[in-house]
Design a protein around this ligand. Structure first.
Ligand code: ADE
Length: 424
């Protein structure tokens, strides 16, 4: 039955909803923690009457989060957090079957992207849920008129947390934010195993290259870089890591990766993947030294990590050779292949992180929203971690769903752990 007739939305085609429904159900089987929370939310209604505007990648996993928030009583709308990451069938199903307004179309241009953000903020949210902090930024800049009712927000990703901490340091943040990214049950798993697998999935779907024997240059050795280096090595790549942080570089070296500067890696690498969260990591001086046929991909939040304008300037020609592959021909005839327009390749040409890892990330989102409804009035306008009890509870629930049992400290051990008197 269609509930779509009176739901405001901008989606590609409501006719895609049947496929979206099946894919949402498929993902849901791998999200046992979120499912448990949804059942609790249905009974407790912790978000009753709370208007939530979300700006997240519109995927099957996010769809299941939106359904969970709605089950908890929230009045939810969602827009895309990236112009290329939307799964149009999921968007259609959320509108048609769940009555959730969605503003997201895969391939939307910049103007539509911002008009969708505006539509989401015009919901007059009480709570914002961001992946990259674009919605919070809008509420603090062009749409301060919509900020009045916002009591708190959550942030999904490293890049967003960095932006929000900068706002907090400058004293301009108007409401408290919970940094979901920083929960252990988020970044240890989503950033590491999720990015590690889904980035390679995106690169493989776009190119079908053999990773074995390739010199894969992982730019950045944060949690995403660690996962990516690990999985690339698993597929037989010759992994090179580049870093700016000495401790991380050392860690990569001791993990057995080759560590060098990007200037040194540029002529050696076959596939470069940026996961730094910074800008212009791969730039003119590197493109000039790269081998013919080099592949360039980004899995960081923004499409700023590869200096595409510099690549455009160096090129004498450009053609699309496959979906999500642009071949740039340079003046000396070398060809460099840019994947997914330099946007996060895991969501552009694949489906993002698998559901079982997003289960924990989005369990954090749902429980952080509940926590904020209860506690935001006691918080300052700063960035806060997910409370440890929530983080631990999610880990315990995930273990339980996986059928894994762990030990408990004995009374004697508990006492020992808080004492100092017993020594050699
Ligand atoms: N970020 C990375 N993978 C994702 C997914 N599957 N859904 C939502 N956001 C994501």
């Amino acid at each position: 039955m269609s509930k779509a007739s009176n739901i405001a939305c901008d989606v590609k085609d409501l006719g895609l909803a049947d496929t979206g429904k099946l894919r949402l159900e498929w993902a849901d089987q791998f999200m046992p923690v979120l499912t448990t929370i949804r059942k609790q939310f249905e009974k407790k209604q912790p978000l009753k009457g709370i208007r939530v505007s979300a700006c997240l990648h519109v995927t099957t996993e996010t769809g299941n989060l939106m359904i969970t928030l709605k089950a908890g009583g929230a009045d939810v709308v969602i827009c895309a957090s990236n112009p290329l990451s939307t799964q149009d069938d999921v968007a259609a199903c959320l509108v048609r079957d769940h009555g959730i307004p969605v503003y997201a179309v895969k391939g939307e241009d910049n103007d539509s992207y911002y008009s969708h953000l505006n539509s989401a903020i015009e919901h007059r949210p009480n709570l914002t849920m961001d992946d990259g902090a674009d919605l919070v930024t809008l509420a603090h800049t062009k749409r301060t008129d919509m900020a009045k009712d916002i009591f708190a927000g959550t942030e999904e990703t490293t890049t967003g947390v960095i932006r929000l901490r900068s706002m907090s340091r400058q004293g301009i943040l108007k409401y408290p934010i919970v940094a979901v990214n920083d929960a252990n049950t988020k970044h240890f798993f989503d950033n590491r195993y999720g990015t590690g697998q889904s980035t390679l999935d995106g690169i493989l779907r776009a190119t079908n290259v053999l990773i074995a024997g390739l010199a894969v240059v992982v730019c950045g050795y944060g949690w995403c870089g660690k996962g990516l280096a690990l999985r690339s090595r698993g597929l037989g790549a010759n992994v090179i890591v580049t870093e700016v942080d000495p401790t991380r570089a050392l860690e990569a070296a001791m993990e057995g990766y080759r560590v060098m500067s990007l200037a040194e890696a540029a002529p050696i690498g076959n596939l470069f993947i940026t996961v730094t969260g910074n800008k212009n990591v791969l730039r003119k001086e590197h493109f000039e030294k790269m081998q013919d046929g080099t592949l360039l991909a980004n899995s960081g939040h923004f499409n700023a990590e590869i200096d595409i304008p510099a690549l455009e300037k160096l090129a004498t020609g450009k053609r699309t050779t496959r979906s999500f592959v642009e071949e740039y021909t340079l003046r000396d005839g070398r060809k460099l292949n840019l994947l997914g327009e330099g946007r996060l390749i895991n969501l552009v040409s694949a489906e993002g992180h698998p559901a079982s890892v997003m289960d924990m990330s989005f369990a954090n989102q749902a429980l952080a929203a509940e926590y904020l409804v209860e506690n935001a009035s006691k918080l300052e306008n700063k960035v806060y971690p997910v409370p440890e009890a929530i983080d631990q509870d999610i880990a315990a629930k995930k273990l339980d769903a996986m059928g894994i049992h762990i030990d408990k400290l004995t009374a004697e051990q508990e006492k020992y752990m808080v004492s100092w008197s017993e020594g050699t």
